[in-house]
Design a protein. Structure first.
Length: 216
């Protein structure tokens, strides 16, 4: 790799060559040497960037996990919205890498071991979101934190699958609208509760006037 070359772009270029080979020859029939030759790099260079064939398939996920972690490492006025924005960032990048993602889906779909690794990889996004919120809002209910992050991840994955697997025309705005609705509905029903005590025999009007004055 040339020093001036973008590391992420380099890794994605090699991964694309690998996926093309996997789709044409099959995953098991493709060697690391085949990938290196198709990419115009040495075997040594390949192993400086990837641990093996299975690692190269998920290069995009590794890049996006790093970007999402970097984003969440910044200051955010609302940590809950920050999680939604991090999920949106991932989806936006996948939208730009749509053909890569579709090709990867075709290869992974045929290999049970790769499917298992993809499940673990996808779960790492949710784990990242949970860890961030636990640090950002440590006093919040751990269960609600997990529920929120699971909902954000599930919403993201559903919209992404419709775009990649099902071929449905899906735009980043579709996920943005779904996540906005999710964030708005989270915590609904947890408004402040007013408890008032009145002497026995107080008239309804007295109670109504007192409550109205308090709420104003």
């Amino acid at each position: 790799m040339r020093d001036s070359e973008d590391p992420d772009a380099f890794r994605l270029a090699v991964a694309k060559e690998a996926l093309d080979l996997f789709a044409a020859k099959g995953y098991d029939a493709t060697s690391v040497d085949d990938i290196a030759e198709a990419s115009g790099i040495s075997r040594r260079t390949f192993f400086r960037q990837f641990r093996g064939k299975d690692d190269v398939i998920f290069a995009d996920h590794e890049i996006l996990l790093a970007h999402a972690a970097e984003f969440l490492g910044r200051e955010h006025p609302d940590p809950w919205i920050a999680v939604c924005d991090a999920a949106q960032l991932v989806f936006d990048r996948f939208s730009g890498w749509k053909e890569y993602a579709r090709l990867r889906y075709q290869v992974v779909h045929l290999n049970p071991a790769l499917r298992d690794r993809e499940i673990v990889t996808v779960f790492r996004y949710e784990r990242l979101f949970v860890d961030y919120l636990r640090a950002a809002v440590p006093d919040h209910s751990p269960l609600e934190t997990i529920q929120f992050c699971a909902s954000v991840t599930a919403t993201h994955n559903y919209v992404l699958r419709r775009m990649i697997r099902d071929g449905v025309g899906t735009a980043p705005e579709d996920l943005q609208a779904a996540l906005t609705q999710l964030r708005a509905g989270f915590g609904r029903g947890k408004e402040d509760v007013v408890v008032a005590v009145f002497p026995r025999g107080s008239s309804r009007q007295t109670i109504a006037d007192a409550l109205a004055e308090h709420l104003e």
